[in-house]
Design a protein around this ligand. Structure first.
Ligand code: AMP
Length: 197
């Protein structure tokens, strides 16, 4: 049985960093996949699919439903251990519904929790634009400009209320304050995940 933890948060919330540290600390039982990283890997491969994905990422737009669902389904199926952290999903109501249908169809997948790493927009903005300023030449992300940040933030915020309500009603939503030190956020999230597996 695969146990899934979905981690959502604004761009700059730190969700990918938090989840990768937790997986590294518990490599024998937890694996982590970031939807953004998986999509960027496909772009880096130079494939036709990667070119299509890149046209969305550059603008800060969501890649189409079918592409993202295929990406996470293959990650779950290929996961080497049973506890899987996926960050960056769902980002829309249609993704949430598609995932719900998938989980109810599959006997070997259980959604253990949805963790929201919460930061204010001001904090997210400062971190993302700071990340750009500090990136080594050639290491900048194509989507870390202020304009694209605004679009990504709007896209994140727009379905958030519906996503929060849906998982709250199922008793699955956990909110973690992401405006603390990395160590504090990781400690709380790690203790929570370990308590559920
Ligand atoms: P991130 O690294 O999580 O900030 O994601 C970077 C970009 O990848 C996003 O702006 C989207 O273009 C794309 N992306 C990541 N996750 C998703 C998702 N769940 N659905 C659609 N597009 C996504």
């Amino acid at each position: 049985m695969k146990k899934l933890f979905l981690i959502i948060g604004a761009p700059g919330s730190g969700k990918t960093t938090d989840a990768s540290i937790i997986a590294e600390n518990n490599a024998d039982k937890i694996v982590h996949y970031s939807t953004g990283d998986m999509l960027r890997e496909e772009v880096a491969s130079g494939s036709e699919l990667g070119k299509e994905i890149d046209s969305y990422i550059k603008r800060g737009a969501l890649v189409p439903l079918e592409i993202i669902v295929n990406t996470i389904v293959s990650a779950i199926n290929n996961a080497p251990v049973d506890n899987v952290l996926i960050d960056g999903y769902p980002r829309s109501e249609e993704q949430m519904t598609a995932f719900d249908e998938l989980v109810s169809k599959e006997d070997n997948i259980e959604l253990a929790s949805v963790i929201e790493v919460r930061v204010t927009e001001a904090c997210a903005r400062e971190r993302i634009l700071g990340r750009r300023a500090e990136a080594a030449p050639g290491e900048e992300r194509s989507d870390d400009s202020e304009e694209v940040f605004n679009d990504r933030m709007n896209i994140y915020t727009e379905p958030l209320g519906a996503i929060q309500r849906f998982y709250t009603d199922k008793g699955l939503l956990t909110i973690i304050n992401g405006e603390r030190t990395l160590e504090e956020v990781v400690a709380e999230m790690e203790a929570f995940v370990l308590s559920k597996i």
